[in-house]
Design a protein around this ligand. Structure first.
Ligand SMILES: [Zn+2]
Ligand SMILES: [Zn+2]
Length: 249
């Protein structure tokens, strides 16, 4: 069984601050990451089309300046990221290909309170999630994820199955093909053993993230510890879980 005392989390690439709907400053998130012994942290505010909590485009330069200031103070890698929104069945996200170059880390997921590309897609991508499961909708949503992964340089697909269950296999295949991580989200984790086995067989690389909205939760992953204890999981495929006293380089 998974024993958390034998492992160290090395990074947290999904954290929010006051620039979207978090409560802490970038510096507070960084300080907590250092205190937890992480080697790397990403600041990943909600994407531009999130009309309640999205980061403002004009703030990105300010965030970058603050990150650069903190890099010279703290002994940790600090990355500029974003949590982009899936906004159409064609796999569009709320970043242009050009804008993707601004970020070190691009997380991508499905969210509420987002401007979708077309009104029709607002209805079907978002509102439909509140209707009883329809296999057809789930399949269309699955294809939207696959297209987004194919179109954009996405680092990590976040909280899969949140809002609506999808078909994991095609998404996992696209992730392996493109070198995209599948997130183990410390607040929202829904994979079953069959899906884990499928992803193991495909060679998916996983990353553990806190999705912290308060500084104290940066690097906190107790829910994932419970999840790993409850499942047969390919631990070697988690890119940011380091085995203590490991002989591996
Ligand atoms: Zn999210
Ligand atoms: Zn988030």
């Amino acid at each position: 069984m998974f024993d958390e005392n034998q492992y160290q989390l090395t990074s947290d690439w999904h954290t929010h601050t006051i620039y979207s709907d978090g409560t802490g400053t970038i510096e507070q998130n960084v300080q907590q990451a250092v205190a937890r012994g992480l080697k790397s942290i990403a600041i990943t505010e909600h994407g531009f089309n999130h009309f309640l909590n999205g980061v403002k485009r004009e703030k990105i330069a300010e965030i970058r300046t603050e990150i650069e200031r903190l890099r010279s103070i703290y002994p940790i890698e600090i990355l500029l990221g974003i949590e982009a929104n899936l906004i159409s069945y064609d796999g569009d996200i709320d970043l242009t290909i050009e804008e993707c170059k601004l970020f070190d880390v691009i997380n991508m997921g499905l969210h509420k309170a987002v401007h979708y590309k077309k009104k029709r897609e607002f209805f079907s991508l978002f509102l439909r999630n509140y209707f009883p499961d329809s296999a057809k909708h789930s399949e269309k949503l699955t294809q939207a994820y696959v297209r987004a992964i194919e179109k954009y340089p996405i680092t990590t697909v976040v909280h899969l199955h949140d809002l609506k269950r999808v078909n994991v296999e095609p998404i996992a295949r696209a992730c392996v093909e493109r070198g995209t991580f599948v997130e183990l989200n410390a607040k929202r984790i829904y994979f079953n053993q069959q899906e884990i086995d499928c992803m193991r067989n495909l060679g998916v690389k996983f990353i553990i993230n806190s999705d912290a909205h308060v500084p104290e939760r940066v690097g906190e992953y107790s829910k994932i510890v419970q999840f790993l204890k409850a499942h047969d999981f390919p631990l070697d495929n988690i890119v940011n879980l380091h085995e203590k006293n490991s002989q591996k380089a």
